[in-house]
Design a protein around this ligand. Structure first.
Ligand code: SF4
Length: 359
């Protein structure tokens, strides 16, 4: 069940288009320029006692730099946990804005910078706090569960924050307690949670512009071309794609599945930024981007997030050297958003302990 009015959706789509016109990958550096840029970043990281935290969807050069300098590469849950636990004075978050905000809320004493403050997310844009608060007010009996891809203000209105790596477990937990869920903003992930757990879920109507472009018909053709390849999909993809997949999970879970499964080829329905890590983890396996709207489609169909692509070595250097692009979150909003975020981290920790205990 989806509840966002269609006029709201039309306006969200216009906003997304406006953002997309501004977003995009910066021009590539030559190898020599990239090396110079990296060594400058390295000394700036040391000088500022800063660590780089990068998402799997960012450029491979940023992911390598994060790992080489004692920082971290991961999904949004792991990024949040690392930022909170590390003892750096400054974090520089290569990803999109909600990741920087989450880092700042969890680590208020740390300075949190981003290579660009323009890197946002279609899910965040499509869930403005005013409309979301009305939606919550209209359903006061439901437990409010929001995806991490939301603004700090939306998180502050929630009972739970989840990432794709623990969405199923949280929904199961709430359902076992007889609770009904109000879910926002990703309708595909919410619907997947509903189908998989049987929980009573009321959905907000928004989607990731990257994952929504994966097409089941093209996937059927591709499977015929690569009959031995397993299909790995992120649950932000449409239902028809998920139903054809051999494995559905978060980015970290997709990487683990690619190592664990015996196949030597994989068709992958998530942002192609993840291919850097997939190939690093399994150098002898073949990874193929799942089909989207086709070669001549717009940048929405390139299996790469235009906002993640705004993170570059150059923007990272600029941000660190000045320093600029610091994330600030209103203190009351941060206080309220801290509760569901802490709940998520504690729940994830307990889950890890339970899984380890069962092993
Ligand atoms: S890939 Fe999709 S969900 Fe992730 S940041 Fe980009 S628009 Fe948002």
């Amino acid at each position: 069940m989806t509840n966002t009015p269609s006029s709201q959706l039309a306006s969200d789509q216009m906003i997304v288009r406006r953002y997309l016109a501004r977003a995009g990958a910066p021009p590539a550096l030559s190898p020599a320029e990239a090396e110079d840029c990296k060594s400058e970043i390295l000394s700036l990281l040391r000088k500022r006692n800063a660590l780089l935290v990068a998402h799997y969807y960012t450029d491979g050069a940023l992911q390598e730099l994060a790992e080489e300098t004692g920082g971290f590469v991961g999904d949004s849950l792991e990024m949040a946990r690392f930022g909170h636990d590390c003892d750096a004075e400054m974090l520089i978050v290569a990803g999109v804005r909600f990741m920087g905000e989450t880092a700042k809320i969890l680590s208020p004493k740390k300075t949190v910078l981003m290579p660009t403050l323009d890197a946002t997310c279609s899910l965040d844009i499509a869930c403005p706090i005013e409309d979301f608060a009305q939606f919550c007010d209209a359903h006061p009996d439901r437990e409010v569960v929001v995806y991490a891809n939301t603004s700090a203000a939306v998180k502050a209105r929630a009972d739970w924050v989840v990432t794709s790596s623990i969405a199923l477990e949280v929904a199961e937990y709430l359902s076992e307690q007889g609770k009904q869920i109000l879910w926002a903003p990703d309708k595909h992930l919410g619907s997947y949670v509903q189908r998989t757990t049987g929980a009573d879920v009321l959905l907000w109507d928004a989607a990731c512009i990257v994952h929504e472009e994966f097409k089941s018909r093209g996937l059927e053709d591709m499977r015929r071309l690569h009959p031995n390849a397993a299909i790995l999909a992120h649950p932000e993809s449409p239902q028809a794609v998920l139903e054809m997949s051999d494995f559905v999970g978060s980015t970290t879970q997709i990487i683990s599945a690619s190592q664990r499964l015996p196949n030597d080829a994989f068709i992958v329905a998530t942002d192609r930024g993840i291919f850097h890590k997939l190939q690093q983890a399994s150098p002898h396996k073949k990874f193929i981007v799942a089909p989207t709207a086709g070669e001549d489609a717009t940048c929405r169909s390139c299996a790469h997030c235009p906002w993640m692509a705004m993170n570059s070595l150059e923007s990272l250097r600029t941000s660190l050297s000045n320093p600029v692009n610091a994330i600030e979150v209103n203190s009351e909003v941060a206080r309220d958003a801290m509760k569901p975020l802490t709940r998520m981290l504690e729940f994830a920790k307990e889950q890890r302990l339970t899984v380890r205990g069962k092993a």
